[in-house]
Design a protein around this ligand. Structure first.
Ligand SMILES: [Zn+2]
Length: 88
């Protein structure tokens, strides 16, 4: 995925697609491949996620990224899905 410049004015909440109201740099838990590295992350929070802690935001962010990365070809239209059910 190409690096994107963060537009701080219009950035979305890290956990969802709402506009952020708060930006903070947070220390996040080390990843398993680099257990000794301290990672800092810029976390954007919207009103809904303002009081979530970093770990929760991280989890939600992973879900969000996963859905963003779904290719259109990965998605099936409803008709194809129904046909597959019928073929069993
Ligand atoms: Zn949010």
């Amino acid at each position: 995925m190409p690096a994107r410049t963060i537009n701080f004015q219009n950035a979305e909440c890290s956990a969802c697609h709402k506009k952020h109201v708060d930006i903070r740099t947070e220390i996040v838990a080390p990843s398993s491949d680099r257990p000794n590295a301290i990672r800092k992350k810029i976390i954007f929070r919207c009103e809904d996620h303002l009081y979530y802690d970093v770990d929760d935001i991280e989890k939600l962010a992973l879900v969000k990224i996963r859905f963003q990365n779904i290719e259109e070809s990965d998605l099936m239209d409803g008709l194809t899905f129904l046909k597959q059910l019928d073929s069993d």
